[in-house]
Design a protein around this ligand. Structure first.
Ligand SMILES: [Zn+2]
Length: 370
């Protein structure tokens, strides 16, 4: 009895159509995890030179990642192989630093599943050390999912930026299969499994991430384990509804610097003369002391170089912008994403307040001053 399903497809040289896993991994790394032409993450592995029918082996140098659209164009001979070869030598994703994949969730079903726990109508899902890393936005009736993913060594893997997934071209092997995205730092370790189906449920199935020393793990049983510098909590089958901010772990990194070491009298005297940092409503949030950003309690929580503000982990937070009349400064960005496409969490009020008056409109001081 023959088994029709598993008849091996081979070419005239007896080469199987199945490309070995290791070869695929090398192709992904060479091509930057997306279509060599347009950067989309849902790809086919296409023999370019020679074509599969003439190929003697599966060699990564002769295989390119192509999205279904560009694969189809090659098959129909609209897109010349020459251009695919040129793009293989200089892939789109490597030029711009990321691959991407878009989603179209249903606006009425705002649901995030992390392991076996559900978050419904919850805007901020997880915040670590003062930085929201998973959150939901709504814009003109559309639901926008956002997340910043780190691997277990603290490097960024990629972002979900308003429903588009961006895989950073780095150390992680990232690939998309149908609605699922997986990222692995080393063979055998899963750093991220994300599934976004058309019905609007974003499912974070597996995670092994580390941001500033705080680890968030979603294990193979669906439990969420949080390890904040040794203090651990585990969440199993939780259901969280209608909550402004769900899980907030750790605090904004700060330390007792030179300002803190001053006497109470000196501090009080200095505070009156130091330039102030305010939010968009004029509320005092901290001070500038030499090149340091000081919070209201005198702790150092960041620094700046050439008007660019960084937190203690060295992450760029925003620009230091001087108000016109007084010795007041704000910390702002002119976009809701950073240059590498990392989405920035912005409270609605901080987004709208200055839209009318100024070009720069996002207050990001919440990241270092609370
Ligand atoms: Zn493409």
């Amino acid at each position: 009895m023959s088994n029709k399903k598993s008849v091996p497809v081979v070419n005239k040289h007896g080469l199987s159509r199945t490309i070995p896993t290791e070869v695929k991994r090398t192709v992904r790394r060479q091509d930057g995890y997306g279509c060599v032409i347009c950067g989309k993450m849902l790809v086919d592995y296409e023999h370019i030179d020679p074509l599969f029918c003439d190929a003697l082996e599966h060699h990564p140098d002769h295989i390119a990642l192509l999205c279904s659209e560009h694969h189809d164009e090659v098959t129909r001979r609209i897109l010349p192989k020459r251009i695919v070869k040129e793009s293989k030598a200089n892939p789109y994703c490597k030029k711009r630093g990321f691959a991407n994949s878009s989603y179209f969730p249903h606006p009425e079903d705002i649901k995030i599943k992390c392991g076996n726990s559900y978050f419904e109508d919850t805007k901020k899902i997880i915040e670590i050390n003062g930085k929201p890393i998973i959150w939901i936005e709504e814009e003109e009736g559309r639901v926008l999912f956002n997340a910043v993913f780190y691997d277990s060594e603290g490097n960024k893997i990629g972002y979900l930026n308003r429903n588009t997934f961006f895989a950073l071209v780095g150390n992680c092997d990232v690939y998309a299969v149908a609605s699922r995205i997986e990222a692995r730092l080393k063979q055998g370790t899963i750093n991220l499994t994300l599934d976004i189906k058309a019905d609007g449920i974003v499912e974070l199935k597996r995670l092994s991430s580390n941001y500033g020393g705080t680890k968030v793990i979603i294990d193979n049983k669906g439990r969420i384990e949080i390890d904040n510098h040794g203090s651990k909590i585990t969440m199993d089958s939780c259901q969280i509804f209608n909550c402004g901010g769900a899980l907030s772990i750790g605090e904004i990194p700060k330390y007792k610097g030179d300002f803190f070491a001053l006497s109470k009298f000196q501090k009080e005297k200095l505070k009156g003369n130091l330039p102030k940092i305010v939010d968009f409503f004029g509320t005092a949030k901290g001070y500038i002391f030499y090149s340091e950003i000081i919070d209201l309690h005198g702790l150092t929580s960041g620094y700046f170089k050439e008007s660019k503000v960084y937190n203690l982990l060295g992450e760029y937070i925003g620009d230091l912008v001087k108000a016109e009349s007084e010795d007041l400064f704000t910390i702002e960005t002119d976009s809701d994403e950073y240059e590498d496409r990392e989405p920035i969490y912005i409270e609605k009020r901080n987004r709208i307040a200055n839209r009318v008056f100024r070009k720069k409109i996002m207050d990001t001081s919440y990241r270092i001053l609370n």
